[in-house]
Write a protein that binds this ligand. Structure first.
Ligand code: ADP
Ligand code: ZN
Ligand code: ZN
Length: 737
């Protein structure tokens, strides 16, 4: 009697919307599972896909068999499979696109892992010598001595060069089953050792917080915690002790950190505490290293994962704890390609599906998370003072209108800031200057027609960069020389500059203090791999007096000698017409100010602004999150923005402005005609950046209080073509950009 045939539905990674049927060859029948990766024939090639369903019958007559099951990556666990399906629905993205996030990097890119040959002794030293007989060759004896001293496997290449031998004695002893030759993925062996650190005695607030987390971990069912703890209050210490506890319960843990904070400093801190393998998932790691990390997780050889947003998909076994550090950070949101998911929200959902505990932590929680805590959905813990006895910095707000009047015109630096800097230079301390604009001058303007020189591909004024003597587009990187005639009105009158960037600040500082040592950190100075980190290291080693930078300097690092923070132009981003701009300015100022005086030396923060009485600025200066929250949440309520509703952004782009606008308008009318309840469809408008890289952009924002609205809209959106691309972004970070 033959077995009943089996069929599977396989989702391929190309744009096919529906899964395809394949038959299962008998030898694979016992190993197939929903969520398993398979290789299947399509026309004349083999493609990778994921099994979406298993069934006894297929309606198709001619069904081709699966070619191969891709092991050991195997199947997605049930919670991960459910997470993928939730993401597909919630973020309105086809399942096969979502599944890409869950595929290990080397399978996705089809790159072979780099393997390292290792060798180890299969027996004790004494046993080995007995096996070799009375007169072992000197070389064999030397090998066994060397290997018996090493605790584990040794790299073959290293051993050969150390003992100055060839491979052949190794192979001889391997044949005699005295040695074992093996191949291991690279990353396994490259872990450095760190000076160990031990858990700190927690203060009262930290203890209360950790106790609540431990209770959740004990219950082994879904629970969510929000830690609102000011900068330096010891959140990371609580995370580490929570991870420790999860490990003791034989559970694994994932720690998500913002992209920019994922530096060696964070990783060192973890490695120094946990004397075990940590899977670091970071785009700057090689594919080989990342897939080795993935493998270790699948085999449950690693129980700690740290990484940026995509690490939330790591196949940690028996997952008990997920931590999202700086949960408010916008780098958790993937905006450039679908699925436009938010790492924090996916983390909460994964914790729910795995029955795990999730911790969100921040000095400036997002309005959404704090509201959830207020409603009791998240357990709230507050850490209200700095842990290591460091005091909060003294903060001054400087009205730049007065400064301009006094100085008779523009300057980057108020008298107060200059005096404070002088004092630091005399004492041998350091300062951070923050300005969220890079380049030298912001724009070049025609004196005749007042038009800015724009990028020919984007609707954006070009920025002047002095070091390269070029105008550059910050959107598409287009560069050109300064024009002699105005491209708009052909006037040959001299062009004027407007606005300043970090490069200009650096120059001005040198003009004021000829011997000052500065470092600048922005997109221009951090192009090379690791340059970001090198700059930090240099500054920490006191190679410079002042670090000038954009938002890159706001997070992650800790400079013991930095006692002065200058925020040069605090209100810039407040003018952006976006519901989140106030929140973002508050977060940024609070985070930058938090860099001052984190160690024994007291800190000082000087905030320069034209809006000294603006509530956002004064709340940030006072590091007063609760007052900021109270004011901001009222505005959100009044104007109907999250967390009082959900937003869906539909972005229409294409090469022909009129064409895109017309097509978008047509779709808009169709959506309107549906009269979808609980949905407010706002008019089609040009996006905040109306043109990028020769593509025109229009958008429609939908406000809704129901999660099913997207299901009703999706069928009305035609598939993308070369004339019109449609992107759906659920819970967009911004309604402007
Ligand atoms: P956060 O993550 O909130 O910014 P950290 O965990 O980095 O804070 O703590 C700030 C500093 O205080 C670190 O140097 C840390 O080692 C120290 N620290 C944290 N908790 C304690 C504690 N209970 N006792 C002493 N020092 C602590
Ligand atoms: Zn002109
Ligand atoms: Zn451009």
């Amino acid at each position: 009697m033959s077995e009943t045939p089996l069929f599977v539905e396989v989702l391929l990674e190309n744009s096919l919307a529906r899964p395809l049927d394949y038959s299962v060859p008998p030898h694979l029948a016992s190993r197939i599972q929903v969520g398993a990766r398979v290789e299947v024939p399509l026309k004349t090639t083999l493609k990778q896909g994921t099994i979406a369903a298993i069934k006894k019958k297929s309606v198709y007559k001619q069904v081709r068999p699966i070619h191969r099951l891709i092991v050991p990556e195997g199947a997605l666990s049930e919670p991960l499979w459910n997470l993928a399906q939730w993401m597909s629905r919630y973020y309105a993205t086809p399942l096969q696109k979502v599944l890409k996030c869950f595929v290990p990097p080397h399978v996705r890119k089809e790159v072979k892992q780099k393997l390292t040959q290792t060798v180890s002794l299969l027996m004790t030293r004494e046993e080995a010598f007995i096996q070799l007989g009375i007169k072992p060759s000197a070389m064999h004896a030397q090998l066994i001595e060397a290997l018996s001293l090493a605790k584990g496997p040794v790299t073959v290449a290293e051993l050969i060069s150390q003992l100055k031998i060839s491979r052949s004695p190794l192979e001889t002893l391997a044949k005699k089953k005295i040695l074992f030759l093996d191949s291991t993925p690279m990353a396994d062996l490259t872990e450095e050792e760190f000076f160990p650190t031990y858990p700190k005695q927690l203060n009262a607030e930290q203890s209360t917080c950790l106790d609540a987390i431990k209770r959740s971990l004990n219950e082994k069912k879904f629970a969510s915690h929000l830690i609102y703890g000011i900068t330096g209050s010891g959140k990371t210490e609580v995370y580490m002790q929570a991870i420790q506890y999860a490990l003791e319960q034989k559970q694994s843990a994932i720690l998500l950190v913002p992209e920019i904070a994922l530096t060696s400093q964070t990783i060192e801190r973890l490695r120094a505490r946990f004397q075990q393998k940590i899977a670091v998932l970071h785009h700057q790691k090689s594919l080989g290293e990342r897939s080795a990390a993935w493998d270790n997780l699948l085999k449950n050889q690693t129980q700690i994962v740290v990484g940026a947003r995509s690490a939330i998909f790591a196949p940690a076994q028996n997952l008990g704890l997920i931590i999202v550090d700086e949960e408010h950070d916008s780098s958790y949101k993937q905006s450039d390609e679908p699925p436009c998911y938010h790492g924090r929200d996916v983390a909460v959902m994964r914790a729910q599906l795995e029955g795990a505990t999730v911790i969100l932590g921040s000095a400036t929680p997002s309005l959404e998370s704090y509201t959830n805590a207020q409603k009791g959905k998240y357990h709230l813990s507050i850490l209200s003072s700095r842990a290591a006895c460091a005091l909060l910095p003294r903060v001054q707000i400087i009205d730049m209108k007065n400064t301009y009047e006094k100085m008779g015109g523009f300057t980057h630096f108020s008298e107060e800031l200059i005096d404070a800097l002088k004092e630091r230079l005399e004492k041998g301390e350091q300062a951070l200057f923050f300005l969220n604009k890079r380049g030298y001058r912001r724009q070049q303007i025609c004196a005749t027609c007042r038009e800015a020189i724009k990028c020919p591909h984007c609707d954006l004024a070009l920025t002047f960069h002095l070091s390269s003597n070029h105008l550059a587009c910050h959107m598409c990187n287009f560069q050109r020389e300064q024009p002699r005639v105005c491209p708009s009105c052909k006037s040959t009158e001299a062009l004027e500059f407007k606005g300043f960037g970090t490069e200009h600040v650096e120059r001005s500082l040198h003009a004021l203090f000829p011997s000052i040592r500065t470092l600048r950190m922005d997109k221009d100075t951090t192009q090379r791999k690791n340059s970001h980190e090198e700059l930090f290291m240099q500054f920490r080693a006191h190679k410079a007096d002042v670090l000038i930078g954009t938002q890159m300097i706001a997070k992650g690092f800790h400079f013991p000698l930095a006692t002065l923070v200058g925020v040069l132009h605090a209100d810039g981003a407040l003018h952006i017409p976006d519901f989140r701009s106030g929140e973002q300015v508050f977060q940024l100022i609070t985070q930058v100010a938090g860099r001052a005086g984190r160690a024994e030396l007291p800190g000082e923060v000087i905030i320069q602004t034209f809006l000294p009485n603006h509530p956002i600025i004064s709340h940030a200066a006072a590091q007063d999150y609760p007052s900021f929250y109270a004011a901001e949440i009222e505005e959100r309520k009044m104007f109907g923005y999250p967390p009082f509703c959900r937003l869906i952004k539909i972005l229409f782009t294409g090469p022909d402005a009129a064409g895109v606008q017309q097509a978008a308008g047509h779709i808009w009318h169709q959506i309107k005609e549906r009269n979808i309840p609980q949905a407010e469809i706002l008019p089609i408008l040009p996006a905040g950046h109306p043109k990028i890289k020769d593509l025109y952009r229009f958008q429609c924002i939908i406000k809704t209080t129901s999660s099913v609205v997207i299901d009703q809209i999706l069928p009305l959106l035609p598939p993308s073509t070369s004339d019109l691309t449609i992107k759906v972004d659920v819970d967009p970070i911004s309604t402007f950009f």
